[in-house]
Write a protein that binds this ligand. Structure first.
Ligand code: PLP
Length: 369
């Protein structure tokens, strides 16, 4: 028998991906976690040019300097985070950034607070670092927003870090400024790290996005290009933190991937400096679809909060496991809320990263279930 590492045995492959593997081709997929839009044309041109100009070599570990300078400007102008190019690391997706944080910051015996429901990688990363995930309930009665009082209740002497995700996957909730600020203050008073996953920052409809990095020195702010610029396959993201934290994170990055993909970095630089009209058009279309899906589900009697951001809704559904199975049989793929944590047990996640027409058809199918 093979004797595998216990920390890897303690986690499982994502059930969501498994579900897509058994899906029939004609089903309407509302399980998707990426934009159904193409990469904006100016970014494609920049990447093609980078290939022609032979940007085929390793880049600096932290990423090209011009890109890091643009990221610095972005953080300063849009997020009120004062940083500099030395404290930016360009990563292979936000996924790598999360993994780097878990390896560099968490230890055996540490407790790490994670949102419930939350993105699956958080629990897995915490377990891979042999720390203990502690769940923070994000309840429907609060529109799934994480509240600072919930954090206060879960803090103890072993609390090493908290992972925040606003706008949220899987609920689309956008946290309120007062909670963000209060959690920032708590991290300073109780001396724990904040890992702030802001990957859906630009996909926001009603509320306003605030970065906790503005309020707490202990923060690692993660953002990227996968969702905003529909660049999931290019695997490109970035983080910033203070100098001490960045130096530790860099060690993991250096030995894990050495540097992010050179061509994707050139595309990322264009993404930040070029026109944003395609992003704006995408968000406008997402909002139209959100209104359709929220109204349709509420009409059907499935109580559904209007998501403020991201491209997910998280309706309350009677018998969700059965619903997901029946919906799949009828031709609509959804994801049981329980996959994202116990608070999701009476819910189903549906993504509106699918065309308006497909969502209309999907809603017609669900109406008949
Ligand atoms: N964080 C959240 C909340 C996500 O939903 C995702 C992808 O679904 C990621 C991070 C991973 O992003 P990336 O493609 O940059 O690795």
């Amino acid at each position: 028998m093979y004797d595998f590492a216990r920390r890897v045995q303690s986690i499982e492959l994502s059930q969501i991906r498994k579900m897509f593997e058994v899906t029939n081709e004609n089903a309407i997929n509302l399980g998707i976690g990426e934009p159904d839009f193409d990469v904006p044309e100016n970014i494609k041109i920049a990447m093609k040019k980078a290939i022609d100009e032979n940007y085929s070599h390793y880049t600096p570990n932290k990423g090209f300097l011009d890109l890091r300078e643009e990221i610095t400007n972005k953080f300063q102008n849009e997020n009120n985070i004062k940083t500099n190019a030395e404290n930016i690391i360009v990563t292979t997706g936000a996924s790598e950034a999360l993994y780097m944080c878990s390896q560099a910051l968490f230890d055996v015996g540490d407790e790490v607070l994670i949102p419930n429901p939350g993105f699956l990688s958080y629990e897995a990363c915490v377990k891979l670092s042999q720390a203990k995930p502690v769940e923070l309930n994000c309840l429907m009665e609060n529109d799934f927003k994480l509240k600072a009082e919930e954090v206060v209740e879960k803090i103890n002497k072993n609390t090493k870090a908290i992972i925040l995700n606003s706008p949220s996957n899987p609920t689309g909730a956008v946290m309120d400024k007062e909670d963000i600020k209060a959690i920032g203050d708590l991290s300073m008073d109780h001396d724990f790290f904040i890992i702030s996953d802001e990957i859906y920052e630009k996909i926001i409809y009603e509320n306003k996005h605030y970065s906790v990095g503005e309020y707490s020195e202990n923060t690692v702010t993660i953002n990227g290009f996968s969702k905003t610029y529909a660049m999931t396959g290019f695997r490109i993201a970035y983080l910033t933190a203070n100098e001490k934290i960045t130096s530790e994170l860099l060690k993991v990055h250096q030995y894990c991937t050495a540097c992010a993909n050179s061509i994707a970095q050139k595309g990322a630089c264009e993404a930040l400096t070029g026109p944003q009209n395609e992003v704006e058009a995408m968000v406008k279309e997402f909002k139209r679809r959100r209104d359709l899906i929220v109204d349709s589900l509420n009409d059907m009697g499935h109580e559904c909060v209007k998501s403020d951001g991201a491209f997910y809704v998280f309706p309350k559904i009677e018998n969700p496991e059965e619903f997901v199975k029946e919906a799949a049989k009828a031709g609509v793929i959804t994801v049981p809320g329980l996959a994202f944590g116990s608070v999701g047990k009476d819910h189903v996640r549906m993504s509106f990263a699918n065309s308006y027409e497909n969502i209309e058809n999907a809603m017609d199918i669900l109406r008949k279930l």
